[in-house]
Write a protein that binds this ligand. Structure first.
Ligand code: SF4
Ligand code: MG
Length: 323
């Protein structure tokens, strides 16, 4: 039940409560060892904030973060520093996240230096890391600007792996890359996951990107999880109207299979002033009176554990079973 509310300047909003931006507004998610959990939603839905909370790069406003059986919510200083070895992050923009004044070798050595890896081992490891991400160690004295976007993301991945983490939060790792390069980087990430037993949280705004790599997918909307399920189930049988709308916008690869595009009403409301009741009701084509009054809980909607937060998700299933 993790929350992250950012305080806002109060002048503009006339309210007695302190105005806050509810970036993450009470989510509960478990990530299992070795799996890839896809986390999707429009920009501003809180998915990056959720990823940073999991790593304790941000302090939660409320709720708890657990890692490998330990409640790490109040960890700080040395306790947190030790955890950094086990949990890492890959950022969206590999250029912005690499120091332009450091060579690739220096960049990759840095985390190992901080954790006291001996110098000769660090040097060997740089060559090894570059090799596993498909780059030649011949280039290690070069600077980030000398590499292409895809190569820079490979360097970002190598850096994340330098300390042999167990959990890697991948925050839109391919969103800034050309489509032709995206598949290469995703394939590399899958290979590395198998080789190093990694657990991924793979954040993306594009549902089609996470389908391939994810075991399970969580869909976020305005700081909440609206649907969660096994990836193939969720893609073939989405239960929440928002997931249905997102999937209807994914281009169909089979030309004989026409699908109806669900167009959402209006824009994404501000997380500083989210709608009451179901947060999706202002855009939902199926909204009814109860949706404006009562917030639906995330609950099981099928035998296989798929969950959705919609007052009518169950009815959708019943209708499908009858027909
Ligand atoms: Fe739409 Fe109502 Fe379901 Fe929300 S609860 S997704 S508004 S039908
Ligand atoms: Mg983001």
């Amino acid at each position: 039940n993790v929350k992250k509310h950012f305080p806002l300047k109060s002048e503009k909003i006339l309210t007695r409560e302190k105005p806050v931006l509810k970036a993450v507004d009470g989510i509960s998610l478990a990530v299992h060892p070795g799996e890839t959990l896809g986390l999707v939603g429009e920009s501003g839905c809180g998915k990056s904030t959720a990823g940073r909370l999991a790593l304790k790069l941000l302090e939660p406003t409320d709720g708890e973060i657990w890692f490998k059986g330990n409640n790490i919510t109040s960890y700080s200083g040395e306790q947190l520093r030790k955890l950094r070895k086990e949990m890492q992050i890959i950022f969206q923009d590999p250029y912005a996240s690499l120091n332009p004044r450091k060579t690739i070798e220096q960049t990759l050595m840095e985390p190992m230096k901080i954790f006291g890896t001996p110098k000769n081992i660090r040097k060997q490891k740089v060559d090894y890391l570059l090799d596993v991400v498909g780059l030649s160690s011949y280039h290690k004295r070069r600077y980030p600007h000398e590499f292409s976007g895809g190569q820079r993301q490979r360097i970002g991945i190598a850096r994340a792996l330098a300390l042999e983490p167990e959990l890697v939060i991948c925050d839109e790792p391919v969103s800034a890359l050309d489509v032709s390069i995206q598949a290469q980087v995703i394939n590399l990430m899958e290979d590395l996951q198998a080789e190093f037993n990694l657990t991924y949280v793979f954040i993306a705004h594009d549902l089609s990107v996470v389908h391939h790599i994810s075991d399970r997918v969580a869909v976020m909307y305005l700081g909440k999880i609206v649907e969660l399920g096994e990836a193939n189930e969720l893609y073939s049988n989405p239960k929440h109207p928002y997931t249905q709308a997102l999937l209807s916008a994914v281009p169909e690869t089979n030309p004989h299979h026409e699908k109806e595009r669900i167009i959402l009403n209006g824009d994404l409301p501000s997380p500083a002033n989210p709608p009451v009741g179901c947060k999706f009701h202002t855009r939902c084509p199926f909204a009814e009176e109860i949706c404006r009054l009562q917030e639906p809980e995330l609950k099981p909607v099928s035998e296989n554990g798929q969950m959705a937060a919609c007052h009518f998700a169950k009815e959708v299933i019943v209708e499908k079973q009858l027909s």
